[in-house]
Design a protein around this ligand. Sequence first.
Ligand code: 1YM
Length: 648
Amino acid sequence: MTQQSYTSKSIQVLEGLDAVRMRPGMYIGTTGQRGLHHLLWEIVDNAIDEAASGFCDEIIITLHKDGSASVWDNGRGLPVDPHPTLGIPGLQVIFTHLHAGGKFGHQNYEYSGGLHGVGASVVNALSKWMVVDSYRDWEHWQMRFETVYNKKEDKIHSGVPATPLTKVGNTRKRGSYVRFLPDEDVFDDISFNPEIVSRRLRELAYLNKGTKIIFVDEKSGEPSEEFLYDGGIVDYVKVLNEDKSALNDIPIYLAGSKDGVVCEVAIQYTDAYAESVYSYVNSIPTPQGGSHETGFRSAVTKSLNEYARRSGHLKEKDNNLAGEDYREGMTAVLTVKVKNPQFEGQTKGRLGNTEVRPVIENIVLETLGAYLENLNNTDTANNIVLKAIKASKVREAARKARDVERAKNDLEAAPLVGKLSSATGRNPKENELFIVEGDSAGGSAKQGRDRRFQAILPLRGKPLNVEKKRIDQVLGNEEFRSIITALGTNIDESFSLDGLKYDKVIILSDADQDGAHIRAILLTFFYRYMRELIANGHVYIGMPPLYLVKYGDKAIYAYNDKELEQIIPKDRKYTIQRYKGLGEMNPEQLWDTTMNPATRKLMRVELTDAAQEDRIISVLMGDKVEPRRDYISKHADFYRPDNFVIPS
Ligand code: 1YM
């Protein structure tokens, strides 16, 4: 059979894949950077599943110079025998039939990612070409798929077999290898971001202990990275807490399974005030929590209250301590495997399955109960309870301080928003608040703005770093108080969107390290105390241009180095001005580049970005990322093109 006839014969069965190419968004969300990376995660997930089933312990991900990506695992190899009903090789089914994994579905495939679990066939459908190798039962098999143009039909067909499944020879290797080139006609940009890839692989290595994950970036030529954590999430928690001092040096590790739900937890307490729970469902982060987190939290409170009574820390007359007291300074990683995960929320960051809550609660009650009863752990148990008792007292005091503060706000709101230049219009659905770094930029913004709907709040110097502060200290800080009163939402438990006076809250800071740091502090503040503000899409980052290029009578702004390169004329004289800060722009320029809704660039902050802010910094980008500020500005993850929102 010639290749051509093989190809044309195969086209009929591939209409499903054509549908994917027609509406990629339905399968992978976006055709931006996120969607592009979904392709890779899809293949990586299959390798991870093979590792989770105990058949492989090494996975290699490579970004190739030609723009393709590949994944290798040393597992059983993809099945090559004929599919029982379709009669074509299993491998071909997996890569040409939507949701093929389910049809083969053995026990091992019960815990697929859900969000990513759209099937390897979707990756094939959205690739220019794909080559799959299976090393199985001492035989090496290969098959190639291509996206082809059919002249007769004047149609493009995607994921078409370009060769039959072919035996290459005998082999002593075992494993699967998939290499593909994303289709440049589908995606805005087909370059994988090595930072995103590396971070996710590190995370997967933490979540799948004992699996060695190697990342090779042939494009950059950087040395390859190897992630292997024999301690799994226990190692993860330790690294998260690396620069805090721990109350229990050895994290509490709990594991159990019940009713088909598998659960693992690592807990370590530190001297921080915040609670940090990093939860995952089938290896997918759930930054907005959900039923698994609810079950976990409730079990922690119950077990510790029980212990506090049994050990005499709480007397009969005493009330139980509140959950938040037991969670102060707690860092926990919670990972669960669930059969049919329902991811909810705008960004699918929350687990919805209600049946999971009692199951996790039971597992944690049982295993944490046993931990606390074990005499080897008495010191840790007592320290946790003593810390919680202290937290409870502080919380009471803070509540009183806050009541005073609230009363004060009600009485004399004006003095607190003294620095605020309000908008003249009063429509919260239209109004925008710019939080601007520095008085001088604040001045320009004030002059340049459209005062009918834009308000300006200049920040003097750096705001207090909220991470290690209690709420009463945050409330005592003038900068934060003016933000809170300007927004009208109150904070923490008292937060309510009803009072919100602005539809968009726009952080405007310099494009330098200090600016990045200020932005990080503000985002951490919103994340910790006004999470709903981010979750509902009200927080934005203003993107001032980095350069102004002038030639002839033209003046063009560039927002990054790539744009700069494109703008610079090849054939004539030009000048470049690099903006070091917002303060260097006059009011008119600031309006044109950063404030005018018709021309500015804004980026909406998503909950995952904000949640990542602290974990990226402390863990996922590397073992040592000092100094921090360098990191924030260098790895400007916030400048992901995917997140650009250019409102009309
Ligand atoms: C580079 C990506 O896909 N590895 C991989 C996938 C499978 C298997 C092994 C596998 C699974 C089973 C039996 C089973 C897949 N199998 C299927 C299907 N790496 C990569 N390694 N034999 C091999 O689950 O019973 C889908 S993926 F559909 F056959 F189950």
